[in-house]
Structures are given as C-alpha cells and as structure tokens.
Design a protein around this ligand. Structure first.
Ligand code: OAD
Length: 243
C-alpha cells in the first residue's frame, strides 16, 4: 500500500491536469451519512422513491421538505474533514485541479476550494418548484413554505431521481474528466448515472484513474490503482508524499 501510494503521488506530482470526482464517502468522516452503506446509509433506512423524486414531493411535500430540512441541519453542523482539506492542499500544488462532486453538502467549498462542479445541486440552496427562482428567506409557517413571488412550493436545489443534471455542470465535468491525466475517484459507489460513467470516460481517454474507497466497487477492476481506506486518511497521506 505504501509503495502504491508513493507511485500514485509521483503520478500526481507530474500531472498538469487532475480531476477529482467525489461521492458521499468523502463526507462520511464529517458525520454526513452516505446513501448506500449498509446500516448507516440513508437508503438503508429510507426509500429514495418516498423522498428523492418529483413524484414523492407532489405526493407528500411536507414529508420531503422536512427530510431535507433535517439533512440541512445535519450538514450545517458538520465540518470539513482532513480529506476535504487535503484536496485544498493538493489544489495549491497541481496547476489545474478540478473537483467534480456528487455531494450536495458544500463541504469542499467550506474547506476552501474556490471552484467545485456540483453535479447534483446543493442542499443548502432553496429554489421555488414552480418559478425556479433561488430563494434566500421564507416564513416557516408552512411545510413546505411558499414562494413569495409565485406562491409555489419551495424545494431544495438538488437533483432528484428522474430529473436531469444541471446542464452546465455536466458539460464542464465531461470536459474536465475527459482532459485529465490523473483522475481521483473518491468515496462513490459508482452506481448512479451519469456520474458513474465519468471514471470510464477518463479511462477511455488514457487517464491514470485512482480509486479511493473503503470497499471495491464496479470500477475497481478497471481502475489503474485502488487505494483502500478512508478518504480522510488516504488523501492526506497521498498529499504528504508529493515530491
Ligand atoms: P453511495 O452511498 O452510493 O456510496 C458511498 C461510497 O463511499 C461507498 O462506495 C462506500 O464504500 C464509500 N465510503 C464510505 N465511507 C468512506 C470513507 N470514509 N472513505 C472513502 N470511501 C468511503 O454514495 P454516492 O456514490 O455518492 O444522489 O451516491 C451517488 C448518488 O446517489 C448521490 O449523489 C445521491 C444518491 O442517491 C442524489 O442525491 C441525486
């Protein structure tokens, strides 16, 4: 493991363009639950079709709003972990490092990364489900609260199952990952498209793809290197080994 880490660090040290694709495992050590981990993942306790689809919101808006309000509070109390901070450090050393995240918690930005491509939106932003405006304030009289402009229900600015990803974010992600010499794929099960296809795009373009995860995933057999372990330990270790 130690020589593999050194080898990956050498690759990183030589690379001009590095893409980092992150998933829920990135924030696990900040106390934000993942989705699919047995016992602790959100989807082991809740059904996504009851909470994370437009149909669920239409059927039971109050339940959906309250679930996201609870998650917003949880994320508000969480702090970036050593993995998030290691990526900030790495960004100062690699000329063109870009982070593409599936996470909606904003922890990369709170750790100090200026530019993050958010594929699945951001839980801390709220929009109107009718007029689409971003809304900063609302009265807490109703769940969900109403938009002051059009009276539509407010909702979190996240991508639900069955919805399209933000067009610009996806276009940028494809460009960044497609041009990367080294791609780090951190803490994602790789089961949700289209994000799951990004590491394969990097591989097809000849990138050195490094997977960092607690357990193997469908990507692991194809990855150029698999670093087993928690992101909050592996990433700082990797950055320390940069020449
Ligand atoms: P998952 O919950 O599917 O996968 C989390 C991955 O992180 C698993 O492979 C774990 O083994 C790994 N993991 C857990 N803790 C870790 C740690 N400390 N260090 C490294 N790896 C760790 O989460 P995602 O792949 O992000 O969609 O899920 C993708 C999407 O599915 C999410 O963005 C969300 C969800 O439904 C939307 O919200 C639209």
């Amino acid at each position: 493991m130690s020589s593999l880490l050194t080898q990956v660090a050498q690759r990183l040290g030589r690379a001009q363009r590095v893409a980092v694709l992150t998933g829920a495992g990135m924030s696990a050590e900040s106390g934000v639950p993942t989705f699919r981990d047995a016992q602790t993942g959100f989807w082991s306790r809740f059904k996504p079709e009851d909470l994370a689809t437009p149909e669920a919101f239409a059927r039971q808006p109050e339940v959906v709003w309250n679930w996201y309000a609870w998650r917003r509070e949880l994320v508000g109390k969480a702090e970036p972990n050593p993995g998030h901070r290691a990526l900030v450090d790495l960004a100062t050393r690699v000329p063109a490092l870009q982070v593409v995240t599936q996470n909606v918690d904003g922890l990369h930005q709170r750790a100090g990364l200026a530019r993050v491509i958010e594929l699945h939106g951001n839980l801390m932003r709220t929009i109107c489900s009718r007029c689409g405006r971003t809304v900063e304030t609302w009265t807490a009289e109703a769940s969900p609260p109403r938009c002051l402009t059009c009276n539509g229900w407010l909702r979190p600015d996240v991508v639900w199952f069955g919805e399209s990803l933000p067009h610009d974010a996806l276009t940028q992600a494809v460009e960044i990952v497609g041009a990367a010499e080294v791609a780090l794929v951190v803490g994602t099960s790789g089961l949700v498209e289209p994000a799951a296809s990004l590491p394969r795009l990097a591989l097809a373009r000849g990138a050195f793809v490094v997977e960092i995860n607690l357990t193997p995933t469908p990507l692991t057999p194809q990855a150029s290197a698999f670093l087993a372990g928690p992101a909050g330990e592996v990433l700082p270790d990797l950055v320390t080994r940069l020449a």
